[in-house]
Design a protein. Structure first.
Lengths: 282, 282
DNA sequence: TCGTTATATGAAATTTTATTTCGTGAATTT
DNA sequence: AAATTCACGAAATAAAATTTCATATAACGA
């Protein structure tokens, strides 16, 4: 805890009921305070605005504004004590939601650093670099990552394919061969459609890269190369958003790595494409 | 120097005389800023208050208050070691790339905290909550965010629409009315297709929410509600990946906020849908 | 016990701070 | 040269913080 917060909790036994309500809220939601107004804090703590301004004076801070700035500074230093962001409260305002989303997403991306294996990543980059055709497949939330991958790798000149439709996608698999790569994306690694598609692709000799949770799922076991995403344990309402960030981070890494290695020889085409877009679209 | 100050000094050559006066004062007296008011800074820099508030927007920060808090936080952190992650080296290994991607993405999400305005966010949530129909539109990289939004809001029971095809999408717009919301997504805020579509939607009375860079772009100016994303200045190879993260963070926030507010009354349907998926798909 | 005084609190008024609007003049384009 | 765009500050407005004031309740003394 920061000095200011310590001071508050030390003094708390001399507080009146109203003051205690305020200090409770502050101690439990310290990181939100710098972006709040007296009115908001008053509402949250169920006291009047006047009591809030009086409170900060009581704990020896000149004004509410100073209080906010001081708190922001102190909290910046010691970072990481985030009061249970995993539980979304019914009464949370959109801005609080925003702060939680930011936290959850940053955290998810951080966790990817722990799950993704260096060697597997290198193998994946090699495989894609040498590939003629790339097929991505994912359903539901993972379709977004697949979609994103298509946009990116198409720009690099790859023959890329992805379609949400299982049957259409299936009809394209027989054209794959040993030179091609099939990238399966699934959080759980158990999604039937993805597994089925993967088996067919494998039977045609395509190399299988799985972007899936670090877990002994069917997809994880059967893939040639495993790019593991972390299992982000959280409230079910935000579980999918965090995991999508991890998938995208993996895709981004593949894209940037490939770009870096083969980019030079197609930089003019890349720029040409971008120029066309700018000229025609704005 | 902190990130924010670096950003200011980098941009300083595009500044007008008035803006330069402000940036000079800020760069020379950074530690004083968090405790100053717009009027004080205006007096010190010998400009008007209006110019001060406009200045912070120009450098990509949503409000003067946010600016002060951000600066206070940054200055509290000693010597923020700025390993230059922006420049990708030819010799970088995939794993080094990965670390940079992680850094860039986390950073992009952080910057969104500076650009997104609390009030606009609240207005957006209100608008969407009261809407019957939602239409998302974005092209290129921004299409991913639109796609993602569709998946999310469909789950909440909204009538949602998005299609990459301009002409198809256009044919759907006449069915919009005052009760509906059109969400335009564009980094630059200049994309012709998006602007055209927005104008048509507006003519039918739909409320316009823009998810676009904090900048005086046509889209930014014409929208009813502006959810500003930061201008992530970086290597062109990674610019798009970072900006997409910011868009998704905004979408996530909308989704979680709406869920929280209207979620209860449809929780059973939400779970039912999820159960169907689990039963049929795995 | 009753009246008096001190204390805590919120509502409302006031002051301060931030943002937006509007008009002017300079610069740029047509 | 006319028209348009742009930057800017003054003034209006909106929002946020603080103070004032009235009231209720607790504490105290007769």
């Amino acid at each position: 805890m920061t000095k200011l917060l310590v001071r508050i909790s030390e003094q708390s036994r001399q507080f009146s009921e109203t003051e205690k309500k305020i200090s409770d809220y502050i101690l439990n939601h310290a990181e939100l305070i710098p972006n709040m107004t007296t009115k908001e804090l008053a509402t949250k703590a169920d006291v009047s605005e006047a009591s809030v301004t009086r409170f900060v004076k009581k704990i020896g801070v000149g004004s509410f504004k100073t209080f906010k700035i001081t708190l922001a500074k102190e909290m910046a230093v010691k970072e990481s004590f985030i009061t249970d962001f995993s539980i979304l409260q019914k009464k949370d305002t959109p801005y609080e939601m925003f702060q939680k989303v930011v936290h959850v997403n940053k955290n998810a991306i951080d966790m990817t650093m722990e799950s993704l294996d260096k060697k597997e990543l290198e193998a994946a980059v090699e495989a894609i670099k040498g590939a003629k055709k790339l097929v991505f497949y994912g359903v539901g939330g993972s379709a977004i990552a697949a979609q994103d991958a298509v946009v990116k790798f198409a720009k690099l000149g790859f023959e890329v394919e992805f379609n949400m439709d299982f049957h259409y996608m299936l009809s394209r698999i027989p054209y794959l061969n040993e030179n091609d790569v099939f990238i399966a994306i699934s959080m759980s690694g158990k999604t039937k459609d993805v597994l089925d598609m993967m088996h067919v692709a494998k039977s045609y000799g395509a190399k299988i890269i799985a972007i899936t949770n670090l877990d002994k799922s069917p997809l994880y076991k059967k893939a040639d190369i495993r790019l593991a995403t972390p299992t982000v344990e959280a409230d079910f309402r935000i579980a999918s958003i965090a995991s999508r960030m991890t998938q995208l981070t993996v895709i981004d890494t593949l894209y940037v790595s490939i770009f870096n290695q083969i980019g030079e020889r197609m930089l003019d085409k890349f720029h040409a494409a971008r120029d066309h877009v700018i000229r025609l679209r704005r």
